[in-house]
Design a protein around this ligand. Sequence first.
Ligand SMILES: Nc1ncnc2c1ncn2[C@@H]1O[C@H](COP(=O)(O)OP(=O)(O)O)[C@@H](O)[C@H]1O
Ligand SMILES: [Mg+2]
Length: 145
Amino acid sequence: MYKNILIAVDGSELSTKAAQHGAELASKLGAGLTLFHVVPPLPSFDNMSPDRVGNIHQDIVNEFIKQGREILSLTEEKLAGYGLNVSTGITVGHPAEEICKKVEAGGFDLLVMGSRGLGQIKGYLMGSVSNRVCRHANCPVLIVR
Ligand SMILES: Nc1ncnc2c1ncn2[C@@H]1O[C@H](COP(=O)(O)OP(=O)(O)O)[C@@H](O)[C@H]1O
Ligand SMILES: [Mg+2]
């Protein structure tokens, strides 16, 4: 069955639950497991003069990448009990788009994610990332809720 499982993590409770679910599957099936995080792009400061923006834009992106790495290692720690060899990946871009690209580039045959994430707007069954990804990913998608 599944040989290569990708888990999309944003640090939310549901993405951690998705990671644990994926890890259990991976250990039962002897599949590979990869945790993936996407740092969303910042709004551009094109309308500000470069000498006022300086390196601030890149500094903020770097801070988000650092935070993303922490999210990945915290999630990985929570999977320690499964005795798996976990890989991690991080990129900057639009989360839904990058997750779908990762599925194809990495040849994953199952994607596991949460139904909701860190978003503030409650009341919807699915968040915008899970909604887009489950319509566009070219592998089966397991939504944990
Ligand atoms: N930036 C991200 N990087 C990786 N996975 C993400 C990211 N954002 C969301 N996800 C995945 O999508 C799931 C649903 O999140 P999302 O659709 O953003 O809902 P919400 O609107 O509640 O934040 C999360 O549980 C996580 O698995
Ligand atoms: Mg979100």
